[in-house]
Design a protein around this ligand. Structure first.
Ligand code: GDP
Length: 367
């Protein structure tokens, strides 16, 4: 029949085809009297939220809805991909609501990086993007680092109100919320999902002790993120799992470095000097002469220069070249979603090549 089954937990339409999309339930579960989607099932039985993603339009609707609430907004970004994981328009949608910014994945940042500088940079960058957060935290959801501090601050800033947690896919939003749940509930199975009339269907509510809720919103897919240009199996080349080990390259003028086949760095002029690369330890860095670089890429992307995989080369976006003069000592060249390079002394001319849509920028070094 064409009768639409809905989840008794959150009210979303049930579908049985796509496990990673909203409303998924295995078809075998449809025979049960009470049907719940996989997301509600996991929350109910394992105290765990699961990430679902939404299309841009649906997401905008949710953001719009949050703006009209009186709540605290907790926005999570991936510090390894700060700009790529930013939610454009968040400042408009937050309206008068305060925002706490959480930079996740602190565990992969090398110890040599000054965490206070990183927080200062996040504040400055947010301001430039139009958002002035109430507070900024650097955490590792995976390792549990700074989670209790962040949780305590959230509880204070929410001031008896609901909390909406927002972030694009892959920033670690689910991991973060699951940490918070553990922190709040211990091992107790206290979470129940229920459909609150008038709330958006695709959000999930985690009850707090004062009758208010922590609300998990679906992650939006930021299509221009490097992570979407590589095969799932190759994510380790771009999203490090372990602390990054910096790699130093002594380069002469007119030498090129390829970062797999994902990006390219040309050292144009400024005398022999060193560059420190902060990239996934797994990513293969290939050095060549500038004059040979175009040819090498054309002939060897997908093979010597990988990722992308050979079968993906055709869909992989073209590399776009950006030229910079390094005018300040201790400057980072940031390849959004891939990492960064530090240049110690001013006076270098360089070019960075990244897939179309991916951002490159300069910042004051975090070291
Ligand atoms: P969501 O899509 O925002 O809900 O993100 P997930 O919680 O599913 O996490 C996305 C990916 O990032 C997974 O591979 C996680 O293992 C990883 N991840 C999450 N938190 C951290 C963290 O604190 N450090 C590191 N290194 N990886 C993390």
């Amino acid at each position: 029949s064409d009768q639409q089954i809905v989840c008794t937990g959150c009210g979303v339409k049930i579908q049985t085809e796509e496990p990673e999309q909203l409303g998924y339930a295995p078809s075998s579960s449809l025979e049960k009297e009470v049907v719940v989607c996989q997301r509600c099932f996991r929350l109910k039985h394992y105290n765990e939220v699961q990430d679902v993603s939404l299309t841009d339009d649906d997401f905008l609707k949710i953001l719009n809805g949050i703006g009209q609430k009186d709540a605290l907004i907790v926005k999570i970004v991936d510090i390894f991909d700060f700009n790529g994981s930013w939610l454009p328009g968040i400042q408009r949608f937050a309206g008068k609501n305060p925002v706490v910014l959480i930079g996740n994945k602190a565990d992969i940042v090398p110890k040599s990086v000054n965490q206070n500088k990183l927080i200062e940079w996040m504040k400055k960058e947010s301001k430039e993007l139009g958002l002035v957060p109430k507070d900024v935290f650097l955490v590792s959801a995976a390792k549990g680092k700074n989670i209790s501090e962040a949780a305590a601050a959230i509880d204070e800033y929410r001031n008896g109100k609901d909390v909406y947690v927002v972030g694009c896919t892959n920033v670690g939003k689910s991991t973060f919320i699951n940490r918070i749940i553990k922190e709040v509930t211990g091992e107790e199975d206290v979470i129940t999902t229920s459909h609150f009339p008038g709330t958006t269907l695709d959000t999930i509510q985690i009850p707090l002790d004062d009758g208010k809720s922590l609300i998990d919103t679906p992650g939006i897919i930021n299509h221009h993120q490097m992570a979407h240009f590589v095969d799932k199996r190759d994510l380790k080349f771009i999203t490090p799992k372990k602390e990054i080990k910096p790699k130093v390259y002594q380069l002469n003028e007119e030498q090129t470095l390829f970062f797999g086949g994902l990006a390219r760095f040309d050292y144009l002029s400024g005398g022999r000097r060193s560059f420190t690369c902060y990239l996934s330890n797994e990513l293969n860095i290939h050095r060549t002469k500038l004059e040979k670089a175009d040819e090498l890429y054309k002939n060897h992307v997908g093979e010597l220069l990988t990722p992308p995989r050979e079968e993906q080369v055709n869909e992989f976006p073209e590399l776009v070249r950006y030229e910079f003069s390094i005018k300040e000592p201790k400057t980072d060249i940031v390849f959004s979603g891939l990492g960064w390079m530090t240049v110690n002394e001013a006076g270098a001319k360089i070019a960075a090549h990244v897939p179309k849509g991916v951002q490159v920028m300069l910042r004051k070094s975090l070291i």
